[in-house]
Write a protein that binds this ligand. Sequence first.
Ligand code: 5GP
Ligand code: MN
Length: 338
Amino acid sequence: MEDILESIRPCLTRGEQQKIVITTHHKPDADALGSSLGLYHYLNGLGKDVTVVSPTDYPEFLHWMPGNQEVVNFEVEPDRASELAMEADIIFCLDFNDLSRINRFGYVVGDSPAVKVMIDHHRDPSGFDDYRYATIHTSSTSELIYDVIAKFGGQEVFNKDMASCLYAGIMSDTGSFRFDSTSSDTHRKVANLIDAGAESAKIHALLLDNFSLDRFKLMGYVLYHKLEVIPEYNTALVHLSREELQQFNVKTGDTEGFVNFGLSIQGVVFSALIIDRTVLVKMSFRSSGQFPCNEFASNHFSGGGHRNAAGGSSNEKLEDVVKRFKRLLPQYATYLQS
Ligand code: 5GP
Ligand code: MN
C-alpha cells in the first residue's frame, strides 16, 4: 500500500499545480463527507486547485463541516461538476469502490481522462481505479485519509478544519469509537486530531443531537407501529412506504440509524430497513456476528458492503421486496441463530 501512495506523491505534496476533484458516494454520510473535506483542506493548503463534488445532496446535520459551502452538488450543477471532472488531472474517489455508488456522476468519472485514485474501506472493489489505497481493516475512510496526510504532511500538518472533518468521519463510522473496527491506533490518531483542534463534545453534539422534530416523530412511529421481529430467524424488519415518508416530511438523513434499532433487541442478529425511495426501493442491512449482510445484499439485492453493514436496492414494488426478503430467510437459517 505504501508503494501505491508513493506513485501519486506529486499530487499529495507541494510543487506541481494539478486540478483535482474529490468525490464520494451518493447521499454522503459523515465519513464520506468528512474524508472528502479533510483531504480537500490538506490539498488546498498545498496550493492545489481542488473541488469536492458530491453526486447528490446530503443531510443538513453535516452542513456545519468546514468547506461545506464549496462542495459542488452534481444534481444541482451537473454541467459544472462534469466540466470539473473532465478537466481534472486526478479524481480521488473516497469511501466507495464501484461507480454505481455515485449514480449518474459515475458515467462522467468513468469517461474522464483523469487518473483515478480510490481510497476506501469496503470489500470487493470493481476495478475502475488506476491507483488504490484500500483495506477492509480500517475503521473508516477518514482514518485512511489521516494516514495519507500524516505520511506526506507529517503529524504537525493537521489544522482545525482538517481535524474536525476527519474526527467527524471516524467518530461516525465507529459508532463513537465502539465498533470492532476501532483499534488502539484509531484512538491514537483521534487523540492527535483533538490536539489539532477537533472539538470532541461539540462534534458529537453536532452529529448526534441535531435532528428535526419530524425525525423523532417518525422514529416513534417506526418503533411503535413498524418494527417487526421474525423470531424463527432472529431477524428484525422495518419497511416504509412513500406515503409514510411524506406523512413525516422525511428529508435526507432522517432515517439514518433506524436500521440499528432492531439489533438492540435481545436475540436479534439481523436487522433490515426497507424504504420506498423516489426511484428504487433501498435497503439497509445490519448484523451482529456471522450473518454476511454483504453476501445477502449482493446475491439478492444488487448491493454490497461489509459483513455486518451492507445495503442494496430493487426496482420491484415495496410489498414484493418485503415478501421476497422474508422468503429468503430460511436459506440463511444456519447464520441466523442467536
Ligand atoms: P447504509 O445502510 O448505511 O446505506 O450502507 C451500509 C453499507 O453498505 C455502506 O458501507 C455501503 O457501502 C454499503 N451499501 C449500501 N447500499 C449499497 C448498495 O446499493 N450497493 C453497494 N455495493 N453497497 C451498498
Ligand atoms: Mn465509510
